[in-house]
Design a binder for this molecule. Sequence first.
Ligand SMILES: [Zn+2]
Length: 342
Amino acid sequence: MFIILTKMKTYKSIIFVTLLIVQVLLSACYEPVANTSDDFSEDSPETISETNTSTDVTNKSENLETNTASEPENTSMTETTKTETKTAVGFRANLEQKLSQHGLSISTVANESSPVEKRILNEYGAVFLTKATPPDKTMFTSDSEVNAFQSKAGSSSESIGGATIELQTAAMEALKKAIAEAKQSGVKITPRDGAEAAKRSYKKTLDLWNSRFEPALKHWKSKKRLTDEQISRLKSLPIKQQVQEVLELEKQGIYFNTFFNNSILYSVAAPGTSQHLSMLAFDATEFGNKKVRQIMAKHGWFRTVQNDEPHFTYLGYQESELPRLGLKKVTKKGGEFWVPDV
Ligand SMILES: [Zn+2]
């Protein structure tokens, strides 16, 4: 009996050690793989494989450049920070490190058991790595939460292109530099849709959500896919739960976007999740101009929300630093986007 037990223990140890080695090997040679199981993904498999091939190559070469190029910058840091900076590998490790500088952690920022919050972190989470003040929640649920964050982060206002634009101060300074450089190069950077291009209120994101949610309720009632009871229940739910249930209904083909044929999240952000609430986003009219995107990137502004082409996010880094932070470049028809490499 003892021998059997010992043998079992030995086998268990061997299995455990083997699993450990496999895990280490897997994480060491991890290649970004598209999340094909993503319920919300709009991409055809062809697009995904094309994108990933080009992304992998870019990431690897840029990674090499970054590791050497970023050395001098670190010299002014303390010994501890230096070690941390070097050891943080991948998006989540960098994220944990950046958040801790603001007294936050992944678990305080996102409830990852919620598919919506998990998605916001893993798909649009580049914003949490910003050099400015990152949002302290993946999903704000009230005006007062948003107001508290906005006043803590601080902001500056400027009149740009005839609109009053409000952003976190570091983001605004970088935008002003980008606009000045654009002017010298003979191109313009102007806000799309006026003041809406930058800071937004929680109410605004809720109104946008309702502008899709309510017509869809009527539509699906007329199609007899939703009953009055279901509708009044959905309307009465706390917002997080309402978003959750809308996404569940969409799995059954009851879609809430403008044309009732796709996920509402392709049409509007879930309420309380827009990067505009953090005052770290700017929608530029001239997003289609590659020169404009290069100038924005030079000043720390990158597109981080796939398919939202006019939308730029203030990260504050040079482009060559992004792969080291665990972000990957995805190239689409409309140009490049920087997203978490998870
Ligand atoms: Zn935007």
